[in-house]
Structure formats: structure tokens, C-alpha cells
Design a protein around this ligand. Structure first.
Ligand code: 0O2
Ligand code: 0O2
Length: 226
């Protein structure tokens, strides 16, 4: 039984903080070289204790086995503009030496029954603690902006209906997932034209370097209206 959640979750908090900086760093490097970034923005969170307990109960996970059996206590999300960017990121993550990929789940080719699409990568990440190195599991979800829009809406509705959607709502959600995917496909068709336009007109880029050494903090740039 976990007596002190704060101590248990500490390495996860550290991992999410470090991984947010690292993954946001990918975007910064692409943009500084004036290249299309496959990363649009990155978010992360440590799963709240209440959600851990609920998921453990539903999945019959023994609390003593959480470290091995709950892969998303540390969760990162990478949002991308185009479906093709997902593969670019997956390949980039596979080449890294600062963590080990232990599982990949492709819910883009194999969407979930709900309509959910995303690419999930589970990593083993070494956290340096005062008691030595501790390896923890973290889940990185990679999805387009359209997939994220759908998942966020569906997630809120899930809270309301506790997964038991009325039939009509279920059908509408499935249908809107398909429409979101059609939007992604349409955007892919005109991807090169969009990227060319973004290269020509990108007012956000110049404001990124905030000191002489180029050390910005780890925050995402503000979303801007053009
Ligand atoms: P809810 O309940 O989902 O609405 P920053 O200051 O930007 O460095 P910050 O503010 O701590 O960091 O958070 P960040 O990184 O911008 O994003 C936090 C949000 O990320 C959370 O929203 C989560 O919804 C979402 N999130 C990111 N990764 C995951 C993940 O792997 N799984 C899940 N479930 N959510 C994720 P809220 O508003 O805190 O919560
Ligand atoms: P949260 O933090 O509230 O988002 P499985 O055994 O495969 O069903 P597992 O092992 O947890 O489940 O892995 P999975 O399905 O690869 O990833 C689970 C996470 O993916 C969820 O976290 C969601 O963030 C996201 N997800 C999966 N399916 C759906 C879906 O139908 N709709 C939405 N909106 N998100 C989904 P949690 O645990 O639900 O928690």
C-alpha cells in the first residue's frame, strides 16, 4: 500500500518536467533552422491520485504493482499539424538514447471503437534521484490537432456520461471522429502549400530567442492569431 503519494509521485513529476523541456526542444531546433516543425505543441501531466486509484480499481491493478502496470502516471502529449508529422516524430523518438521505448500502440491505423485516434509510445525513462537512478514508465501520446480536438471533447463527455453514452451521441461522436480524420487527410493533400506559406510568413519565430544565449524557458509559445 502506498503511504506517501507525494514521495511516490515525485520521480513522475520530475520526469514530466524534464520530458516537456526535451520534447519542446525538438520544436525549437526545427524552428531555429527555419524548417517545418513536426511538433506543434507539447503538454504533460502527472495523473492525479484520484484517477490513479479509479483506474487501478477498474483494471484490477494491485497498488503495489502500479510502477509496472500503470504506464501513464507520467503522461506527455505531442500535438502535430499533419498526420505525416506523427511518423516523423515516432522515428525521431526511436533514435534517442535518453529513454527506451518499451511499447508502441498505433490507434491511427487501428482506431479505437469510440473513434479515438492517436499514436501511443510507452517509454522507460531514467530519473536521477538523491538515492540513485530510478526508471519509471511514461506514456507519450502523439496526435494531430484535429484528433486532439475530438479526444478532448469526447473526454469531457465521458466525465458527464461515465462512458455510457446515449446511442445517438455515440453515433455522432463516431461520425465526428471520421470527419476530423477527413480534415487531416484534406490538410495532408495541401501540406506542401501550407508549409511553404508558413515558411514565408511566420511572425512568431523571431520572438523566440529571449536572451543572448538562446535560452528560452520551457513554456510553449503563446498561440497567436494571424
Ligand atoms: P484536464 O483535466 O485534462 O483539463 P506548462 O506551464 O505549460 O509547462 P502545465 O500548465 O502544467 O505546463 O500544463 P501543460 O503541459 O500545458 O498541460 C497540462 C494538460 O495536459 C492537462 O490539462 C492534460 O489534459 C493534458 N495532458 C498532457 N498530457 C497528457 C496525457 O498524457 N494524458 C492526459 N490524460 N492528459 C494529458 P489540464 O487542464 O491540467 O487537465
Ligand atoms: P486520462 O488521464 O483521463 O486521459 P487499454 O488497456 O489499452 O484500454 P491503457 O493501457 O490505459 O488502456 O492504454 P491506452 O488505451 O493506450 O491509453 C489510455 C489513454 O489514452 C487514456 O488515458 C486516454 O488519455 C487515451 N484514450 C484512450 N482511449 C480513448 C478514448 O476513447 N477517448 C479519449 N478521449 N481518450 C482515450 P486514461 O487512463 O483514460 O486517462
Amino acid at each position: 500500500m502506498i503511504k506517501d503519494w507525494e514521495i511516490f509521485l515525485d520521480p513522475y513529476v520530475q520526469a514530466v518536467g524534464e520530458l516537456k523541456i526535451k520534447l519542446r526542444g525538438i520544436r525549437k531546433q526545427y524552428r531555429k533552422q527555419n524548417l517545418h516543425s513536426p511538433v506543434e505543441f507539447v503538454t504533460g501531466r502527472v495523473k492525479p491520485v484520484e484517477s490513479i486509484l479509479k483506474k487501478a480499481q477498474v483494471r484490477a491493478v494491485n497498488l503495489d504493482k502500479l510502477e509496472d502496470e500503470m504506464q501513464d502516471i507520467a503522461g506527455l502529449r505531442i500535438m502535430v499539424q499533419f498526420v505525416e508529422d506523427i511518423q516523423t516524430i515516432v522515428e525521431l523518438l526511436r533514435t534517442r538514447h535518453d529513454f527506451k521505448i518499451v511499447q508502441e500502440r498505433d490507434y491511427i491505423t487501428n482506431k479505437k471503437a469510440s473513434g479515438y485516434r492517436s499514436y501511443h509510445i510507452v517509454i522507460e525513462y531514467p530519473v536521477q534521484t538523491i538515492n540513485g537512478e530510478k526508471k519509471i514508465l511514461a506514456e507519450i501520446q502523439i496526435r494531430t490537432l484535429a484528433m486532439n480536438f475530438w479526444a478532448t471533447i469526447e473526454h469531457s463527455l465521458n466525465y458527464k456520461y461515465k462512458g455510457e453514452f446515449p446511442e445517438e451521441l455515440k453515433i455522432r461522436l463516431e461520425r465526428s471522429a471520421e470527419i476530423a480524420y477527413m480534415l487531416d487527410e484534406e490538410m495532408s493533400v495541401i501540406r506542401e502549400e501550407i508549409q511553404e506559406a508558413q515558411r514565408l510568413y511566420d511572425p512568431g519565430r523571431k520572438q523566440e530567442v529571449k536572451d543572448e544565449l538562446g535560452n528560452e524557458d520551457d513554456n510553449d509559445e503563446e498561440l497567436k492569431w494571424y
